[in-house]
Design a protein around this ligand. Structure first.
Ligand code: VG1
Ligand code: CO
Length: 568
């Protein structure tokens, strides 16, 4: 390879620590204006590099979801990586890499680690959010031990190192050299698409699209998955052009909120429900109001491509159910035909997958919220499949949740089973029972009030066991802590949970990804074995538990809100 040399000089820049650089559930996320403060980004990047034992000569992967500030941040990080002595940086073309693709590239090229620039599903643009996180050699988000160390270092950082050089061209695939460091610009889609082709039955899916009896829409929400979906769905799998909606990535996501749920993926929801009102979970099919049949299958992904929403014709699949269905049908996909080593779900995720694991006689792990807790289990070969209620599903093919992977898994299942999505769910519930599930989010709550609600709930945890609320008796209640079965590390304060004797649960947690005030999440679940009751409306089926959750937390009185900001 011929490298173009960029002239440079090394510079040490004195700085002062910021006191708000504690990484949350998934890296450091702040308003763009916070990142635009002089030295703010540089300080955090230097703290990451300082926390790495020795990066001299090593390879770093670098990319982001293309949101506003991505281009600037990439140039800064390249120049700081050169100053830190990295040997090589693999950077996505135009600075783009979806989160799962970054994980794939780190693993495939045996990189030392990677920096991913994203605030995921949070809105972008100059008034929106930006984020940064570090992933380790296994391709997964740095575990708490490392994020705690990075944070500690941000607290006393006095200087950072950067080279003065002109910007590295990222709009061509030509390599560059920044001093001794090589910069290779890579096609962000290629490695990832190749991996997907190795996991799923592409010929069967191609046939499904060719059959003319099946149609699909994928909503990329003007975020990072556009180019991935165009290449994989339309080019490689032959889906008709137009299958991918909102496929051009934009720095502000077209002013949208790239969160693939029934509220924010409105273009897709409109198409799939065809004029009907939303929150259709569990409602039956029927003729549409304007006579046009919606597509058979719909899906969407988030800002950085790690989340997914799965829809059938006028039918919503909860992420928890999607995880359970994938687990139950895993053998249908070539990459999983030998079955699953085990499964894991985050604590607030519904227990639907637990029932499948039990039937399959495989291990089932319950971890705190956030993908970083799955890494050790996957590295140790204990689990193959993982999921979160927050529209996150993935497997040990990478160490991040993976939006398009989940969509392809569903396409593979549909290609083999040749049934509508709704029928697959009905059969699943008939066999395993249904875990009705909902999450109520109260966003942008005053932080003091939110902390107060959580403190009061925390105090009541010790006294709830044995109490009866309506028809339900509390079996246990606690503030969830997790001991990692592989390295023994302990994570406390992971959410208040109340379990009832009939298997119902209520969980309260504060979000660790928001950038304004506090977001309080209430997760509610109830198990129903009787198929005659499976087609109820979810909010209706869970009404008594939602009432108990509101009563126990006093959320409505304390915040003055009459309803949640978002229901998923
Ligand atoms: C949320 C979700 C969590 C997910 C995290 C990162 O965290 O609840 O399940 O892992 O976002 O996903 P929190 O702390 O706000 O509840 V992503 O797609 O934003 O990287
Ligand atoms: Co995301």
């Amino acid at each position: 390879m011929i490298y173009k040399d960029v002239k440079m000089t090394l510079r040490t820049v004195p700085t002062k620590p910021f006191d708000d650089q504690k990484p949350g559930t998934s890296g450091l996320r702040k308003k763009v204006s916070v990142f635009q403060q002089p030295h703010y980004l540089e300080n955090f990047v230097q703290a990451i590099f300082n926390a790495l034992e020795n990066c001299k000569g090593k390879t770093l992967v670098l990319g982001g979801d293309g949101r506003f500030y991505n281009r600037h941040a990439i140039q800064v990080i390249l120049k700081m990586a050169a100053a830190a002595g990295f040997g090589k940086v693999l950077v996505g073309h135009n600075g783009i890499l979806s989160t799962p693709a970054a994980s794939c590239v780190i693993r495939k090229h045996s990189a030392f680690g990677g920096i991913i620039l994203s605030a995921s599903h949070n809105p972008g643009g100059p008034g929106g959010d930006f984020g940064i996180k570090y992933n380790t050699t296994n391709g997964g988000p740095a575990p708490e031990k490392i994020t705690d160390d990075i944070y500690a270092r941000t607290r006393y950082l006095q200087r950072y190192y950067i080279v003065d050089a002109s910007d590295v061209p990222l709009d061509t695939l030509d390599p560059t050299r920044l001093g001794d460091m090589r910069v290779e610009v890579i096609d962000p889609v290629y490695d990832y698409a190749e991996m997907m082709e190795s996991l799923f039955d592409f010929p069967a899916i191609r046939q499904l699209f060719a059959s003319n009896t099946f149609s699909m829409r994928f909503d990329a929400m003007h975020a990072v998955t556009g180019p991935y979906a165009h290449d994989i769905l339309e080019n490689r799998l032959g889906a008709p052009v137009g299958t991918v909606m909102n496929g051009i990535p934009l720095e502000d996501f077209g002013d949208g909120h790239p969160d693939p749920n029934l509220t924010y993926a409105h273009d897709l929801v409109e198409t799939m429900f065809n004029g009907r009102s939303q929150h259709p979970a569990s409602r039956g099919t029927g003729t549409s109001m304007c006579g046009v049949q919606p597509p058979d299958f719909g899906a969407a992904s988030d800002g950085d491509g790690d989340r997914n929403m799965i829809l059938g014709k006028r039918f919503f699949v909860t992420p928890s159910d999607s995880l359970a269905v994938i687990a139950a049908n895993a053998r249908l996909a070539p990459g999983y035909h030998r079955g699953l080593a085990g499964v894991a779900r985050s604590m607030p995720t519904s227990m639907a997958v637990d029932r499948v694991a039990q039937a399959l006689n495989i291990g089932c792990y319950e971890t705190p919220t956030g993908w970083k807790f799955f890494g050790n289990l996957m590295d140790a070969g204990r689990v193959t499949l993982c999921g979160e209620e927050s529209f996150g599903t993935g497997s040990s093919h990478v160490r991040e949740k993976d939006g398009l992977w989940a969509v392809l898994f569903w396409l593979n299942i549909l290609a083999v089973r040749q049934q509508p999505v709704e029928d697959i769910l009905r059969e699943h519930w008939a066999k395993y029972g249904r875990n009705f599930y909902t999450r109520h989010d109260y966003e942008n709550v005053d932080s003091t009030i939110a902390k107060d609600i959580m403190a009061q709930l925390h105090n009541s945890m010790a006294t709830l066991a044995g109490k009866t609320f309506g028809m339900r008796r509390v079996a246990y209640s606690d503030d969830f802590s997790y001991t990692d079965p592989i390295d023994g590390s302990v994570s406390t304060g992971q959410g208040m949970r109340i379990g009832f004797e009939d298997g119902a649960r209520i969980v309260f947690r504060l979000s660790g990804t928001g950038t304004e005030g506090a977001t309080l999440r209430i997760y509610v679940e109830a198990y129903e074995a009787d198929p005659a009751k499976h087609m109820q409306d979810t909010q209706h089926a869970l009404a008594d538990l939602i009432g108990i959750a509101n009563q126990l937390s006093g959320i409505r009185e304390k915040t003055g809100r009459t309803e949640p900001t978002v229901i998923t």
